[in-house]
Ligand binder design. Structure first.
Ligand SMILES: NC(=O)C1=CN([C@@H]2O[C@H](COP(=O)(O)OP(=O)(O)OC[C@H]3O[C@@H](n4cnc5c(N)ncnc54)[C@H](OP(=O)(O)O)[C@@H]3O)[C@@H](O)[C@H]2O)C=CC1
Ligand SMILES: O=C(O)C(=O)[C@@H](O)[C@H](O)C(=O)CO
Length: 277
């Protein structure tokens, strides 16, 4: 992984380059708010945007990308098929609808948003078809635990290239991270800042002072040093810019371990084995 600058990318198992840092847009309002946030990010050098059909803001993401001076081909764009749309035919339809809203004719990454029981294998078959048709550069899953992946492997022709999961100092899931790394499935962190709760953690505050960075920068740099792609969300221009300032410092191995040791298996979002939406 090239982690020396903002264009730092990881190479996925199929050779596609995925920028290590992206902007997440969950809870970013459709319209001006999301257009502005994506524009701040592209202005600041981000080349990776993470949305989902369920966020209800794909239109604005598409507007911001279409009107920005950066070429579409230089932006890594991810969206996700929502739970209600899972199944083979309905996923194909949902994909077309997302592309229309995003005003693009291809995706860089399409994810199965959650492992909906009895549905995710058929959903995956649709993603494989879209990938074979050249309409998506990489396909992956989200919120898949090891047992979901092992079950998917029974029928999958293509191994997911990415698994996007909740990941932060209170939820490290090291065994799942190792499992994904063994299978060349790139781990991607959602809610890396614990939706704001990380700023209250004393050790993170102390280490941020030690490295003369913000708590957000410390955590996002830790993600990077763990080999995890990360997609912090902010609608504020100053935070979008400062969150990306990760490439001029590094955390010692000892401090990386100290941050990892904060793990307490604590989630800020739903448990993939117990969700119902
Ligand atoms: N696959 C999945 O199931 C899921 C995927 N995701 C993806 O992951 C992304 C990130 O996760 P998300 O849940 O949004 O939460 P994050 O952990 O990224 O935290 C976002 C919160 O932190 C605040 N914040 C951001 N930067 C700073 C900063 N430097 N200082 C202080 N506060 C800050 C934001 O406020 P403000 O905007 O006001 O700056 C917002 O309240 C999502 O946007 C989405 O794309 C998220 C959940 C589930
Ligand atoms: O943000 C996402 O991508 C999610 O899947 C979740 O946050 C989910 O939508 C949720 O929290 C439902 O309560």
């Amino acid at each position: 992984m090239d982690i020396t600058n903002l264009k730092g990318t990881v190479r996925l198992s199929n050779g596609i380059e995925m920028p290590y840092l992206g902007l997440g847009v969950f809870k970013t309002k459709e319209g001006k708010e999301v257009v502005d946030a994506v524009t701040y990010a592209l202005d600041a050098g981000y080349r990776h945007i993470d949305t989902a059909a369920v966020y209800g803001n794909e239109e604005g993401v598409g507007v911001a990308i279409a009107q920005h001076v950066v070429d579409r081909k230089d932006i890594f764009l991810t969206t996700k098929v929502w739970n209600a749309d899972q199944g083979y035919d309905s996923t194909l339809k949902a994909f077309d609808a997302s592309l229309d809203r995003l005003k693009t004719d291809y995706l860089d990454l399409y994810l199965v948003h959650w492992p909906v029981k009895e549905k995710y294998k058929e959903t995956w078959r649709a993603l494989e078809q879209l990938y074979a048709d050249g309409r998506i550069k990489a396909i992956g899953v989200s919120n898949f635990l090891q047992h979901h992946l092992e079950d998917l492997f029974q029928t999958a022709k293509v191994t997911p290239m990415v698994n996007q999961l909740e990941f932060h100092p209170y939820l490290v899931q090291q065994r799942l991270l190792d499992f994904c790394q063994q299978h060349q499935i790139q781990f991607e962190a959602w809610s890396p800042l614990m939706q704001g709760k990380a700023f209250e953690v004393p050790l993170l505050q102390e280490l941020a002072v030690k490295y003369n960075v913000s708590v957000a920068q410390l955590i996002l740099r830790w993600d990077l040093q763990k080999g995890v792609v990360t997609i912090p969300k902010s609608v504020r221009r100053d935070r979008v810019i400062s969150n990306a300032d990760l490439f001029n410092f590094s955390i010692s191995e000892e401090d990386v371990e100290k941050i990892s040791a904060l793990d307490r298996g604590q989630r800020v979002g739903p448990d993939p084995d117990n969700f119902n939406f």
